[in-house]
Write a protein that binds this ligand. Structure first.
Ligand code: GAP
Length: 514
């Protein structure tokens, strides 16, 4: 695919054309940064959620799952620090009247320098061929070193200014770097201001008695306020975890990049409660475990990297992102945060209730420390979908568009096709659908020539096409075609279940994490 922008546009249009993601309320011209998942998208999203839930909850004896409400008592957000500190630094362009996140403008500036580094590497790779030593090149080439130095100094100055709430310096940095409005090129900026990201709403029938609420900006707090209830009713001993998936809402200033940054999105979070002092060890454990989960999907080891936070959130003593190579570059996909005892202590303080654990080994009570893993389901969806969409040159000189979704996540596992719409073939194909649908999400397709149907299923991400033809009438065999290799084999109808299961069963995919 031509360049990253074109590739990303293709991802968005393919997601719409094949029933994965639609803009919300499209007939009213849509709602910015809000999206609906369509028939295939809802299945893919559910499969990603299940893959996470199984790996985190079902496969770990000491992790349980809950489903807390979106509405929470408003004091929750005072205690968690969101009312006072859940802000983004925003800046307006006086000419275009467009609003931006100041930190994102600076990060985008650095991403452009990073793209220059990638270019230098690609050039050198072509020049030196097999003799090319990438690590040595990166650590010695003066131009690359200069670029890297520029990125490092810029990002660390930004982190320091944000940490010190020195918004004037953030603006000064934007001006010194001569960052322009990406849409108009204007450099006429306002001062940088803080903007709270929480959506407010009201609970109650009459205006006088209504209570001000927030839509939760993260699912984590629903776990913290339930910590003791879950611990007592499950009798779990530390270390143990509580997981949940669910909607979160943020009034994002920069709403772009499709489902990467949404105003309504879904998180999959796990809070792991540990003994104070053991947080370093668990931090490393969960970084490694979560990376293995990602790698198990086979989407390319080079597409992931860790990014350690320089600017720590108000609750953390260590934090790292797992970044993924999206079509627009490496960006945060998941966060692993060492949250100390901040949240539970704050809820103790604001609620006046003890949120402590009695440790029988130590024979004392304490507020546990927390290690958090937090991933956006929609962002994971985008990672999977964009990585899977490929344009392939075929041996006969033609190209095909194929959505190489990990088969465990594919919305439809197999489509059954009668070669022609007569001679009893549709009846057999429909019977196969009836038999397989007890175990898998399968589909039936009889429209168009079989070659076109194969292409349609490739683009739809369906791992198997099963064709019923006239030989089926004689020997009860069918042709099964594999999406990625396009290999076809003749198999007995009775073997279909076993073949599909072998490739799509979560068990064999999750085994790779062990
Ligand atoms: N409880 C910690 C927490 O919420 P976060 O880094 O703000 O941490 C965690 O969010 C993850 O949620 C991110 O890594 C990202 O995948 C996802 N996420 C955050 N904001 C998002 C948004 N506006 N749209 C889509 N996903 C988002």
């Amino acid at each position: 695919m031509a360049n990253n922008d074109d590739q990303f546009k293709k991802v968005i249009s393919h997601a719409k054309e094949y029933g994965y993601v639609f803009q919300s309320s499209e007939i009213y011209d849509g709602l910015s940064a809000v999206y609906d998942y369509a028939q295939n998208g809802a299945e893919l999203k559910k499969n990603i959620r299940d893959y996470w839930w199984k790996a985190m909850v079902q496969m770990n004896d000491n992790i349980v799952g809950i489903d807390a409400a979106i509405f929470m008592h408003p004091t929750t957000w005072k205690a968690s620090g969101h009312v006072d500190a859940f802000n983004d630094p925003l800046i307006d362009n006086k000419d275009s009247k467009k609003r931006y996140r100041a930190d994102v403008l600076i990060e985008d500036y650095c991403a452009k320098i990073e793209a220059k580094i990638e270019k230098e590497i690609a050039k050198a790779q072509t020049r030196f061929g097999n003799a090319f030593n990438k690590p040595e090149f990166i650590s010695t080439n003066p131009r690359v070193l200069g670029y890297q130095e520029k990125i490092n100094t810029t990002l660390s100055r930004m982190a320091k200014s944000l940490e010190n709430e020195d918004l004037a310096d953030v603006k000064a940095l934007i001006e010194e770097l001569e960052i322009a409005d990406p849409l108009t090129g204007s450099k006429n900026w306002t001062d940088v201001k803080q903007f709270n990201l929480m959506f407010g709403t009201k609970l109650g029938a009459s205006a006088e008695n209504a209570m001000d609420l927030y839509l939760r900006p993260e699912t984590a707090q629903g776990i913290f306020v339930n910590f003791l209830n879950v611990q007592k009713t499950s009798r779990l001993k530390i270390p143990f975890g509580i997981a949940q998936t669910g909607k979160a809402f943020r009034n994002e200033i920069v709403a772009r990049q499709f489902i990467f940054r949404m105003r309504e999105f879904e998180q999959m979070e796990m809070q792991f409660f540990i003994k104070p002092g053991t947080q370093k060890q668990w931090y490393e454990h969960w970084k490694e475990t979560r990376l293995k989960w990602h790698l198990s999907l086979g989407m390319g080891n080079d597409n992931y990297r860790f990014h350690d936070h320089e600017k720590l959130a108000h609750y953390a003593d260590a934090a790292a992102d797992i970044e993924f190579k999206f079509p627009f570059g490496f960006k945060e996909l998941e966060g692993i945060h060492s949250r100390t005892d901040f949240d539970l202590s704050q809820h103790e303080k604001y609620s006046g209730k003890k949120l402590q654990y009695f440790d029988p080994e130590e024979n004392k009570n304490y507020v546990p420390y927390v290690l958090e893993t937090s991933i956006g389901l929609d962002r994971m969806f985008l990672a999977v979908f964009s990585n899977s969409l490929q344009e392939e040159e075929l041996e006969n000189g033609t190209t095909r568009t194929v959505l190489k979704l990990p088969s465990v996540l594919a919305p439809i596992k197999a489509t059954i096709l009668p070669l022609v719409k007569k001679d009893g073939l549709p009846e057999i194909a429909k019977q196969i659908v009836e038999d397989l649908k007890w175990d898998f999400n399968v589909d039936y397709d009889e429209k168009d020539a079989v070659g076109r149907r194969y292409r349609r299923q490739d683009a739809n991400g369906t791992p198997f096409c099963i064709t019923v033809d006239h030989d089926t009438l004689k020997d009860n065999t069918v042709t099964i075609r594999h999406r990625d290799s396009m290999q076809q084999e003749r198999v007995a109808i009775t073997r279909l279940r076993e073949i599909i299961k072998h490739d799509t069963d979560m068990r064999s995919w999750l085994m790779k994490i062990k």
